[in-house]
Design a protein around this ligand. Structure first.
Ligand SMILES: [Fe+2]
Ligand SMILES: [Fe+2]
Length: 160
């Protein structure tokens, strides 16, 4: 069933985007990244991804704070894009020869970082547009760590 359009302002759109980001970060923290860490066989790559799990804990906190800075209640929204990335990996992983698994897993991890970076860039522009400086600052802090994580994973991908 579809609901009538209820996102009327840029602030509404920002709150919806924060809801998506909250779901994304919580899902990465609780489910996606820990599973990846368990499955990664390469020690260096495992350390990089495990380090980003800890950063992701902070990302959840910053997104929750961003809601409060807007005077909104933190509430998750569906994030089917992330679900799609997870399904895509699961659909292929059984076909991959063990020697290639670290490179395959590294590419999957990079995919989630690109997805997060895209979502943060959109949210930061909205926060800027509505003059929500504290929200912009919190989201930029997360974005910087996503970009750094992507660079570290890129170095691992080159090595692998
Ligand atoms: Fe994140
Ligand atoms: Fe990330």
């Amino acid at each position: 069933m579809t609901t009538p359009p209820h996102i009327e302002t840029q602030r509404d759109l920002l709150v919806a985007q924060l809801g998506k980001l909250l779901t994304v970060e919580q899902t990465l923290l609780k489910r996606v990244l820990p599973q990846l860490v368990r499955e990664i066989t390469d020690e260096q790559l495992k350390r990089v991804v495990a380090g980003h799990v800890e950063e992701t804990r902070g990302h959840v906190g910053n997104v929750q704070e961003a809601f409060l800075a807007l005077g909104a209640v933190p509430a998750g929204e569906p994030a089917p894009g992330l679900d799609g990335l997870v399904l895509e990996r699961h659909a292929k992983v059984g076909d991959v020869w063990p020697e290639l698994r670290p490179a395959f897993d590294c590419a999957a991890a990079m995919g989630t970082e690109h997805y997060e970076i895209n979502a943060y860039e959109a949210a930061i522009r909205l926060a800027h547009a509505v003059g929500a400086e504290e929200v912009e600052r919190l989201l930029r802090a997360n974005l910087e760590q996503e970009i750094a994580a992507l660079e570290k994973l890129g170095a691992q991908a080159d090595r692998l």
